[in-house]
Design a protein around this ligand. Sequence first.
Ligand code: FAD
Ligand code: 2HG
Ligand code: ZN
Length: 473
Amino acid sequence: MQDKEPFLETLRAIVGAPNVLTEGDLSAWELDWRKREHGKALAVVRPASTSEVARVVQACAAAGVSLVPQGGNTGMVVGSTPDASGTQVVLSLTRMNRIRTMDAANLTVTVEAGCVLQNLQEACEKEGFLFPLSLAAEGSCTIGGNLATNAGGTQVVRYGNTRELCLGLEVVTAAGEVWNGLSGLRKDNTGYDLRHLFIGSEGTLGVITAATLKMYPLPKSMLTAFASVPSLEAAVELLGLAQQQLHAGLTGFEVMGQFALSLVRKHFPQQNVPFEGDDAFCVVLEVSDHASEAHARGLLENLLEEALQDGCVLDAVVAENISQARALWHIRESIPLAQAQEGLNIKHDISVAVSNIPDFVRETDAQIAQAFPGARMVNYGHLGDGNLHYNVQAPEGSDAEAFLRDQEKPINAIVYAQVERFQGSISAEHGIGTLKREKLAQHKSPVALGLMRAIKLALDPNNTMNPSALFLP
Ligand code: FAD
Ligand code: 2HG
Ligand code: ZN
């Protein structure tokens, strides 16, 4: 663009001059959470309403400017920040943060895309409802970002991914039209279910401006246990027992390797991480119950007793109250932050069948240990969903930046070959962004990729919506 000023003036006229940022430190919008890429925006634009979003998108389309929708910028795959060209607009949705309506009888809540997840959880809880999506970034990630990435988190084992929690969407299309699909209907078979195209599309098909989401009655009691287990096989056995005995009452089942926990001990020593020692893995599990706390405690104690007798649990603690439960969950949720404190790292957000997790880890660990002596395996994740964060930290004391530069590709090659061998996914919950585009091209079938490109072309023919994400140029 020769002269940016007239275009910027148009944007200022739509959202107000203070909401078009072009100068000063824009790293909050230009640098991704993992500090992998620092882009350069033509402008950061902060609309306050759906009609402002529509007009901004129209102005961008008319000027041939592409845009990158952004929520809390907590994504893990460099998908919410601009490229380095200085030609892309970052469309930040964070001013659109209202909860529009709550329908208690229909068990639905309609919320704007920029609403922070934790604010929605708290608003629902105040009215006696549960909004079950839960993840460590919940204090800053937004509903729009959760939907655009189809975020998973720690309650998927019971409530499903964000997709399962969404009944309707409001979207501004690439042409700047508003699609009002904010239905709270649980049954609606009237042709293609468009909402599912936008969920998980990572901002490449349109801008999500609002959503109608499911709520659940708040359980009477939620109990958390932290158990040490001798192996991943034992963790899988415990999961099976828990599913058998608790059914839908099992609302969380997370696994953590000892090295991952040791990073929490090192970087957050104030956290009291139980079971320091050689036990291979620890598990956090949660039971939700609609009868009473005594009933829930009985169920959990029976389960742990049987597991201790079987030998699939070595030791366990059960939280006595909410603050203890929060502290146990906090240990699990601190692992990505502890990893970030330890330094740049290589992440793999993989899924395989739960039954294959132990073999996947044993074989892949062995291959990496042989090829990259000293590489430290940070293994943890959502075992109940077959989703592991199979992460690799540079050898102790080494230059993490150099490790990433030189070893990320060969390490990825080992891990993703294993994912193929076990017929898994190269991205279970974080999406593709720009970081995994090459991997998507390598691991997705040509037919699936062709269909994806056809959808992109139909909905965004000029390739202005987050053009760097998902597809290689
Ligand atoms: P952003 O990072 O801003 O954007 C993510 C993507 O969505 C980008 O492609 C962006 O263009 C697009 N987007 C954002 N808003 C919109 C919109 N309104 N319309 C269209 N497109 C949009 N993910 C999980 O799945 N499970 C976890 O357990 C989990 N834990 C995490 C823990 C930590 C500590 C961190 C930092 C991240 C974690 N994440 C997890 C990753 C991340 O995907 C989620 O935090 C969240 O879903 C991203 O929301 P956001 O608002 O920050 O989106
Ligand atoms: C989690 O489950 C997140 O904590 C982050 O998905 C995973 O940092 C990671 O690799
Ligand atoms: Zn995760």
